[in-house]
Write a protein that binds this ligand. Structure first.
Ligand code: FEO
Length: 594
């Protein structure tokens, strides 16, 4: 199978395995992937499981033809991939084995030799040229063993990702990638989220077009989707909203409670409700679901003054995989001394960022009015966060308008004798063919008069490095009274003769007014863009960034009112109803008490 013109697949499908890695059921089998890169030199990427030695050698021979391989690159020493290293090196005595130093230590353990006479030890950033193909090795410790490296081929832009981005399921079975990839990831690599995050950061610096993992299909399209899921899983962020109920039940009473809670959650519109009987289900699937969704309910019986064995195993599997950042609820059953909730909570003593529900449920042998009421209360609590936001349709909340995102700009103009500039947050691109923008200015501002008369303006887009003094300079004084550019540095003239800021701005746009729209208090100028120039890559200063990071916080000891728009402070016990902010010209509605 061709991966690219030079990269071929020589892996195998395993439908005989009963338990993968000795514990995971794989109803659709598993693939052990291996690849060959054909160039002036030939590299083989990993081997396969010991039960498929001959089919793998056959696949390799079919790709090689008359040629002989130069390198065996061993990315991961777990025997599902490395079982045939020794046999390969016997079959091809001129080949060199390439791996990390730790991998060679493991080879000594597995094969009794570390191949000191015919090896190449590689570490972070080391490269190997095959001709056109240059391979770069990236260390990926604990994804999923400590010796792991992944390999980037910059020629075909292929990442050989070892166990990363793998999944259960043989390649001759069609099935969605996500479920079996998630069960594989959470089960096998779930404990090592920080290490996967570190690898994702390194991968982000590479131009990757294809991912070739050691299990599962080669990923060739929509790579952002798979990388996003890996980012969610490895950062322990819930992927979906919903409640997972995991229970054990001896005589069925706890099961009835779990199913009653599931029904109540569904009635209350919880987006997804999943239920697992831990004694009978695939435990790896129950673990996967606990990591997939944002809420988990644990229901079990008190047993030998502890909890039922399957629940104890389940909690061990969660905590050893660093289960965190979720909401957890507890249901216990006990005929004479129920203690399961206490025991279960203690199991999470070292877990991070778990929120326990307020409503515990205690069943004394069988459900009764009290425990049913507790289940209803728990259902309410769990469902609450999924309920739609209550909207008061007839309520005018000015805060909603502050949620609109704005940038901040200095608009410059010239009245014929002097340059002027002011701060606005009202610049919007209207069309791109032709390039046209709207700039809206309060009529009380001097700039409004100038632009109405001259029909010309420049917009300098402020960047996040602009200090508060820029806002004071252009926003807190009027061009009617001062010459804002007298002695001001950090400006140049554009083709239209107007000034633009070349400091604290990341771009400027020169505009010619083609239409005016009178908005009573403000004038909207519709403009053709006559020039537009990018000055830097610094992020644009947004209105919310300004408020959070630039605008000084009001002095708590002062009595008065602060303008929410520009920060002007009116000192006094009462705010005049007809106040107009002397700086930004906004009215009383935009002031708030200090
Ligand atoms: Fe597929 Fe960690 O071996």
């Amino acid at each position: 199978m061709y991966i690219t013109d030079d990269i071929r697949y020589i892996g195998v499908n395993d439908h005989q395995v009963d338990l993968f890695e000795g514990q995971y059921v794989v109803p659709n089998g598993i693939a052990y992937n291996s690849y060959v890169i054909l160039d002036e030199k030939i590299a083989v990427m990993d081997t396969v499981d010991q039960n498929f030695t001959q089919p793998w050698f056959d696949n390799l021979a079919a790709v090689l033809g008359e040629r002989r391989p130069d390198y065996l690159i061993v990315q991961h020493m777990e025997p599902d991939h490395a079982a045939n290293v020794d046999k390969f090196l016997s079959a091809y005595p001129d080949a060199t084995v390439v791996a990390s130093a730790k991998a060679f230590s493991m080879m000594k353990g597995f094969f009794g030799t570390d191949y000191a006479e015919r090896r190449m030890v590689v570490g972070e950033g080391d490269t190997l040229s095959l001709g056109r193909h240059s391979l770069t090795f990236v260390t990926a410790p604990m994804v999923h063993w400590p010796e792991v490296i992944v390999t980037y081929d910059s020629c075909d832009k292929v990442l050989f990702s070892a166990d990363g981005f793998g999944k259960f399921g043989a390649l001759d079975v069609e099935e969605p990638w996500e479920d079996e990839a998630r069960r594989y990831y959470i089960g096998i690599v779930g404990k090592y989220g920080p290490q996967v995050q570190a690898l994702l950061k390194k991968a982000a610096a590479l131009d990757i077009r294809k991912i070739c993992p050691l299990h599962g299909p080669v990923l060739t399209e929509n790579l952002g989707h798979y990388i996003r899921l890996y980012d969610l899983w490895s950062s322990y962020t819930p992927e979906d909203q919903g409640v997972v109920i995991a229970y054990t039940s001896v005589y069925g009473h706890t099961k009835v409670a779990a199913e009653m809670l599931a029904d109540e959650l569904r009635k209350r519109g919880v987006p997804s409700v999943t239920i697992h009987d831990l004694a009978r289900c695939d435990m790896a699937k129950a673990v996967e679901d606990a990591f997939r969704y944002d809420k988990l309910v644990l229901a079990t019986t008190t047993y030998n003054a502890d909890i039922f064995p399957f629940m104890r195993t389940y909690l061990d599997k969660l905590t050893e995989r660093a289960f965190q950042n979720r909401t957890v609820a507890f249901i216990e059953n006990g005929s004479w001394a129920p203690t399961a909730n206490k025991v279960m909570k203690e199991k999470f003593a070292n877990s991070k960022d778990l929120t326990f529900c307020k409503n515990d449920v205690t069943i004394l042998s069988a459900l009764n009015d009290t425990s049913v009421a507790q289940i209803m209360a728990l259902a309410e609590e769990l469902a609450e966060s999924y309920a739609p936001v209550k909207v008061q349709a007839d309520f005018m909340d000015p805060g909603a308008l502050y949620s609109i995102g704005y940038g901040l700009y200095v608009v410059t103009s010239n009245d014929g004798t002097k340059d002027n500039g002011l701060i606005v947050n009202t610049v919007t691109q209207l069309t791109d063919k032709p390039n046209r923008v709207a700039v809206t200015i309060n009529k009380l501002n001097y700039s409004c008069d100038i632009i109405a008369k001259t029909g010309m303006l420049n917009v300098s887009t402020l960047s996040q490095d602009a200090p508060f003094k820029v806002f004071e300079h252009f926003g807190f004084q009027s061009g009617r009274n001062v010459d804002k550019f007298n002695g001001y540095t950090g400006v140049q003239r554009s083709n239209n003769g107007l000034l633009f800021l070349d400091k604290y701005a990341n771009s400027y746009i020169s505009c010619k007014v083609i239409q005016r729209i009178d908005l009573q208090t403000h004038m909207m100028f519709i403009c053709d863009v006559t020039q537009c120039v990018k000055l830097s890559d610094t992020e644009t200063m947004t209105y919310s960034y300004y408020h959070k990071n630039v605008k000084p916080q009001p002095d708590a000891d002062k009595k008065g009112f602060v303008c929410k728009i520009c920060g002007y402070v009116y000192e006094g016990a009462e705010l005049p109803e007809d106040i107009v902010c002397p700086l930004c010209k906004h009215g009383a509605a935009d002031f708030e008490p200090l």
